[in-house]
Design a protein around this ligand. Structure first.
Ligand code: IMP
Length: 430
């Protein structure tokens, strides 16, 4: 059985959690390969709303093991709080149900302080990070001075390493950013406690996943963030510091190419973005309010991690085609189709204009996205409420036309469309 990979095809927040929730039922393990608690996955099951940032959302299924791969950056404080959140909703997380790679890196309060200080100093040129310390933790990893989960196995060594890390970061905080230093002894004491509680969860996740695949079991790779936030292939510099695209799954889990089965790209039926950077199809006014929602519902377009209102706009097929290309997508899942009901006429971006030319593909990578003007195709839209639809054939013809146009332009079939936040509000094709 293969490794099926679920990736965000946009700027994150595509609703990957619900696709993972759907497919996790048939998987022995659900594995996250990158990022940290900058991610926010919401899964609604009956009256329970699970809000997860770090632990793979597949863990909600009682027989599925969660794996946190070597490519992740993990804040142990958030992790322990999330375990408590799950337990409060009746999902126990003993070590048999969650395995953490010793090669994953740790996020400390010093990384968070540095993230905040750096964003402040960037002023008008800020990235709009989630302030979770993600960038500084990956910088330490690349500089080969990072703290790793495996460092928690040796108590004494851990204390020395944490203190050295905090002192080093303090020097940066005060010399470069005029920011308050942290108490190295206090942070070391916190980490001693985290280590005591998390030690039983540390395991060789690469060996574990290889063995599952060799035994014919299915493994699901759970992407965080989205294609356009990828460090190499995203809208640099307005990106995160890891690799949310599908090849990142192999790197961040310790698996090889032969393992891969389906690569499912999750895209909303429209476009959203958090933080700074170009957004050609961005809308304001009434259309934006309709797409965003009021913030009263957990599925409205307000950040799960930061609470910030998301920027919203029409679906951008230039960017979706790009996502198909760099991820090698084999299928699409379209989320929040129900939100488009009543938006008439509807628009979809099929190309850009810029530099006196029309572009179907981005000619110069993703730099300077703000310099392109969208070329829209108008569709008539539909009035019907889709929230009760369960069969593909019951979707209004105008909604099926919209999906057909996406498939034709992206070159990949849409396998699912979601029509509401509940587990059952999903229309599968065929
Ligand atoms: P960082 O990952 O906190 O460094 O933030 C870098 C950029 O990625 C910012 O624009 C964030 O808003 C964005 N970002 C990071 N994680 C997510 C996510 O899970 N969903 C949407 N945007 C994200």
């Amino acid at each position: 059985m293969p490794l099926d990979i679920i990736v965000g095809a946009q700027w994150g927040d595509e609703g990957k959690g619900r696709m993972v929730d759907l497919l996790a039922e048939q998987a022995a393990a659900v594995a996250r390969w990158g990022g940290g608690d900058n991610a926010g996955h919401t899964v609604t099951v009956g009256d329970n709303i699970f809000k997860l940032h770090l632990i793979p959302s597949g863990i909600i299924h009682p027989l599925t093991v969660g794996v946190m791969g070597n490519g992740m950056v993990i804040n142990p404080e958030t992790l322990l709080a999330e375990m408590a959140h799950l337990e409060g909703l009746g999902v126990r997380v003993p070590p048999e149900r969650l395995r953490i790679s010793p090669s994953a890196h740790l996020i400390t309060p010093a990384h968070r302080a540095l993230d905040a200080a750096q964003e402040q100093q960037r002023g008008g040129g800020k990235i709009g990070t989630t302030l979770r310390g993600i960038g500084p933790a990956y910088v330490d990893k690349a500089a080969r001075r990072g703290l790793r989960v495996g460092d928690m196995l040796d108590e004494e060594d851990l204390a020395d390493k944490v203190k050295a890390h905090v002192e080093n970061t303090n020097r940066q905080l005060s010399a470069l950013y005029n920011a308050e230093p942290l108490d190295a002894h206090e942070v070391a004491a916190q980490f001693a406690e985290y280590a005591r509680r998390l030690r039983p969860y540390i395991a060789d996740t690469s060996v574990y996943l290889h063995q599952l695949l060799a035994d014919g079991k299915r493994v699901l790779g759970e992407g965080a963030q989205g294609t356009l936030l990828d460090l190499d292939h995203g809208t640099y510099p307005y990106v995160t510091s890891s690799h949310p695209i599908a090849p990142g799954a192999l790197l961040g889990l310790g698996l090889g190419f032969a393992a891969v089965g389906e690569v499912i790209g999750v895209t909303k039926a429209f476009q959203t973005r958090v933080g700074e950077g170009g957004f050609p199809t961005e809308q304001e006014g009434e259309t934006a309010e309709r797409l965003r929602g009021t913030g009263e519902n957990p599925w409205d377009e307000f950040g799960t991690t930061t609470g910030r209102p998301r920027r919203v706009g029409w679906l951008d097929l230039v960017l979706l085609r790009y996502a198909v290309r760099v991820n090698g997508l084999t299928k699409l899942a379209l989320t929040k189709l129900d939100i488009l009901s009543g938006l008439k006429p509807m628009k979809i971006c099929v190309a850009y204009e810029g530099g006196g030319r029309t572009h179907r593909e981005l000619p110069l990578g993703l730099r300077g996205l703000e310099d392109f003007m969208p070329v829209y195709q108008e569709l008539r839209g539909w009035d019907e409420d889709l929230r009760g639809v369960r069969e593909w054939a019951d979707l209004p013809q105008a909604a099926r036309d919209y999906i057909h146009l996406i498939e034709e332009q992206a070159g990949v079939a849409v396998g699912w469309a979601s029509v509401g936040p509940e587990r059952g509000q999903l229309v599968a094709r065929g």
